[in-house]
Structures are given as structure tokens and as C-alpha cells.
Design a protein around this ligand. Structure first.
Ligand SMILES: Nc1ncnc2c1ncn2[C@@H]1O[C@H](COP(=O)(O)OP(=O)(O)O)[C@@H](O)[C@H]1O
Ligand SMILES: [Mg+2]
Length: 212
């Protein structure tokens, strides 16, 4: 199973969510692999920071920011039950290759009063990929939400009947996610009982329900 986090927009949480979902799903008998398909290599930076700080490995992270990703991935995935692709901003060829590799596409979006969440370019690429791969599933995923805000309510209502549909689970704007990225850790390690960790657990379980 290959899940790709894609949105041509930078800063929407592709890397943060790919790493946290990997952490939620990885276990000794179900190894998970994160493929960093962003030339900027932020997921690799996180993994390097983690090693430097001496924290135990929870899942593998490899760099594969190449347009041949979809052809190379099957061999590299080996016996990983689940692979998460952390997608690039902008670079169309790379995003297209990730779309060809994926079984499920998650499009992280930040609530916004404009319709900035619906990256037109992203939806065009998705539609193009679905012509060849009608089974390719996709969902919007609301990240960096300010609970109770009008903007969040408006974005939810704008996405209520969207195609692709939006996930029920959402992730709040929380300092702990930025801390996790800097420290090479995950929010469940920084505050296991906190709201950030609970949101990730709920998100991981909703998405797991989409996986056959
Ligand atoms: N839910 C969140 N709450 C607070 N900060 C977040 C959240 N999600 C992402 N960030 C921060 O926003 C920045 C961009 O996130 P990142 O995952 O790198 O996005 P992308 O990979 O889409 O460019 C990072 O500094 C990250 O720590
Ligand atoms: Mg990123």
C-alpha cells in the first residue's frame, strides 16, 4: 500500500503528516517506509536529526526525488507493508510520478477564507492520473486548523461535497508539531497524552479504514 501526501503548495504539512502517519502505523511486524520525494529533503533532515539525538528508529526514511520514482519504488519498498511518499512542492514531473506510484493520495490543505485550499494544478494532475488509474483514491486533509474559527467552518462547508472528499479527522495548529520537526521526534514522544497525539491517532485510524 502506497500513500502519497501531495499538494503543490509548500508549508501545508506534507512532511509533518507523512512522518506522523508513519509513526502511527509502524510496528515491529508492519515496517513502514517514508520516501522523501522533495528535493529539499525535509523528511531526511528530520531522520538525520533523530539519529543525531540518539532516538530509536521507528521507520525508515529514504530520499527518492526522481521522476522515475514510480518505476523504482516497487523494488525499494521490499517487504514494507506501507510506504508513505512525502511529495514535493511545485515540481510537476515528480508529483506526476508520485501519483503513478500511489494507491491513495492525501492532499493536506490549510483552512483559508479564499479557495486557496483547492490547488487547481494539484487537482488537474490528480484527474489526469485517475484517467489511467480509476481506482486511485484521494482525500483532502485539513491541517493547521484553528478550532472554532469561522475560517475553519467556512472551509469545512466549502469542502462538504467536494471531489475528492475531505477527511473527518483534522489536525490543529499546534506548536508541538513544529517542535517535533525540529527535534527529530514525533508528537507522541513529546506529549503522548496531548491533543496533537490524539489527533494523529484519530487521523491514522480514519485513513486505515480507507485501506483495503
Ligand atoms: N499542524 C501544525 N501545527 C503547527 N505547525 C505545523 C503544523 N503542520 C505543519 N507545521 C509547520 O509548518 C511548516 C511547514 O510544514 P511542512 O510539513 O514542512 O509542510 P510541507 O511539507 O507541505 O511544505 C513546518 O515548519 C511545520 O513544523
Ligand atoms: Mg515538505
Amino acid at each position: 500500500m502506497i500513500v502519497a501526501l501531495l499538494n503543490q503548495k509548500g508549508g501545508v504539512g506534507k512532511t509533518t503528516l507523512a512522518l506522523h502517519l508513519a509513526g502511527a502505523w509502524a510496528s515491529a511486524d508492519a515496517p513502514v517506509l517514508v520516501v522523501d520525494a522533495d528535493p529539499q529533503g525535509s523528511a531526511l533532515d528530520w531522520a538525520e536529526q533523530r539519529t543525531r539525538e540518539g532516538h530509536a528508529r521507528r521507520f525508515g526514511v529514504i530520499g527518492l526525488a526522481r521522476e522515475t520514482l514510480h518505476r523504482e519504488l516497487p523494488a525499494l519498498a521490499g517487504d514494507h507493508a506501507l510506504v508513505l511518499i512525502d511529495g514535493p512542492p511545485r515540481v510537476t514531473g515528480l508529483a506526476r510520478s508520485a501519483l503513478l506510484a500511489a494507491d491513495l493520495v492525501l492532499i493536506p490543505v490549510q483552512p483559508s477564507p479564499l479557495d486557496g485550499w483547492a490547488s487547481a494544478e494539484m487537482l488537474r494532475l490528480l484527474g489526469e492520473a485517475q484517467l489511467y488509474r480509476p481506482d486511485l483514491a484521494a482525500r483532502f486533509l485539513l491541517n493547521r486548523c484553528a478550532t472554532g474559527s469561522n475560517t475553519l467552518r467556512e472551509t469545512r462547508s466549502a469542502l462538504a461535497s467536494s471531489d475528492p472528499p475531505v477527511l473527518k479527522a483534522q489536525v490543529g495548529q499546534r506548536v508541538i508539531f513544529a517542535q517535533a520537526m525540529r527535534s527529530g521526534q514525533l508528537v507522541d514522544e513529546l506529549a503522548g497524552a496531548g491533543p496533537g497525539a490524539r489527533e494523529i491517532a484519530a487521523l491514522a485510524s480514519e485513513i486505515a479504514g480507507l485501506i483495503p
